[in-house]
Ligand binder design. Structure first.
Ligand code: NAI
Length: 385
């Protein structure tokens, strides 16, 4: 494909534009607002200058990448694109309008894609006369650095379109995984317990933030603890993803958001970006020393990992993605130290079932129900890989 169109030059659109232009495509980067377009151009220049400073690229490469991108507020320039990726505000009605307008401008063979995190790809495709050309292509932030891209065909998407989109994104040096069009796709669904179970452990007074964070790093090998990571992502964003997934799964208690995080959001304690979240970054040492109780930390790490494994197993059970893609998504998309299903094999499926059942026996809440696939596998002494 030669020309790639991108609609929306915000955080994601400009990142995707950089990836596509680096891969050698002519990129039309469109936004409604002139100020955003200028800002995108300046931010690309800054990023590429930094790469020159680090010795990763030279001046020629910078000029090549910048020269490939046309920054524009003229929608007509998108007409010759072979694929257009939309990355505008997360609003179904606005996206529908944009897709309708786009379809009337581009060729019949042009693929139309959305980078949406939370809207149904099927509902977006339905706005088109030819929904078969539509697909979800979900990048992670920052797009130039994050290796993973989720490919989400709508139920209307033609097989050829899925293959073309997958090949294109792989040619951009990205790892692709394919997900069924369900809320949160793979990563934003499977990762929920990392946050919610950590908050639950805190809310029950079992441990404080720094002990829970330390447990996940020292006992389970995660690069960041859940509270550190939520502060980094921002509570406005992280809470909204949790709430959206919970609502979209018909209020399944497994995804229920917490008051603890809601209050932070309401207070404007959004995390690092506002100076305060779970931790107060205005203090000299925002993270208090964690407990040294190794047994406590083992309990915490085990409980959160079991809930993650249960979610990964459920994702496989619901045929949302293959076991290989579920593990790849979590290691490449959110840097988990291990694929969750491979981890379940290492721990032993029977041990996982007993751990999750023990939580259920303690709480008798549906949140702690063991995925049937784990139970069936344990009975037959099977492994995932
Ligand atoms: P953003 O707010 O940074 O950028 C959105 C851009 O779209 C703005 O520059 C705005 O001027 C422009 N825009 C709004 N309406 C438009 C229209 N009708 N035509 C053209 N441009 C229009 O948003 P962000 O974070 O880049 O998100 C964009 C999409 O990517 C959303 O669907 C979001 O769910 C998704 N996404 C966001 C991620 C993130 O971490 N920020 C990660 C993965 C996906």
């Amino acid at each position: 494909m030669e020309q790639i169109g991108i609609i929306g030059a915000g955080t994601m659109g400009r990142g995707i534009a950089q990836v596509a232009s680096t891969a050698g495509h002519k990129v039309i980067l469109f936004d409604l607002h002139e100020s955003v377009i200028q800002d995108a151009q300046q931010s690309h220049t800054k990023i590429l200058d930094r790469l020159i400073e680090k010795g990763r690229i030279d001046e020629n490469e910078k000029n090549r990448i910048l020269g490939n991108i046309e920054y524009t507020a003229n929608f007509n320039l998108l007409s010759d694109s072979e694929i257009v990726i939309e990355a505008i505000v997360e609003n179904l009605d606005i996206k529908h309008k944009v897709f309708k307008q786009l379809e009337s401008q581009v060729s019949e063979s042009c693929i139309i894609a959305s980078n949406t995190s939370s809207l149904s790809i099927t509902s977006l495709a339905a706005s088109l006369d030819n929904p078969g050309r539509f697909i979800g292509i979900h990048f992670f932030n920052p797009a130039p650095l994050m290796k993973l891209v989720e490919i989400i065909p709508a139920i209307q998407t033609s097989i050829g379109v899925t293959d073309k989109a997958t090949n294109l994104i792989q040619s951009w040096n990205k790892t692709t995984v394919q997900a069924k069009d369900t809320p949160g796709f793979i990563v934003n669904k499977v990762a929920r317990p990392f946050y919610s179970e950590a908050i639950r452990i805190y809310e029950e007074g079992i441990a404080d933030f720094s002990t829970i964070d330390d447990a996940m790093k020292s006992m389970a090998g995660f690069r960041m603890g859940p509270f550190q990571l939520m502060d980094f992502i921002g509570h406005d964003v992280n809470y909204t993803v949790t709430e959206t997934v919970w609502e979209a799964f018909y209020y399944d208690p497994r995804y229920k958001p917490s008051f603890t995080q809601k209050r932070l959001k309401e207070a404007g304690f959004l995390g690092r970006k506002s100076g305060r979240g779970f931790y107060d970054y205005n203090q000299e040492n925002p993270v208090p020393p964690p407990s040294e109780d190794e047994n406590l930390k083992k309990y915490i790490a085990n409980r959160i990992i079991m809930m993650l494994i249960n979610e990964a197993a459920d994702t496989l059970h619901s045929r949302i993605a293959s076991k290989e893609d579920i593990d790849l998504a979590m290691t490449k998309g959110v840097n988990y130290p291990n694929g969750l299903l491979a981890w379940a094999d290492e721990i032993g499926i029977q041990v996982c079932v007993e751990s999750i059942d023990a939580l259920y026996n303690d709480y008798h809440e549906d949140r702690y129900r063991c995925s049937p696939v784990l139970r069936m596998m344990a009975k037959q002494d099977q492994k995932f890989f």
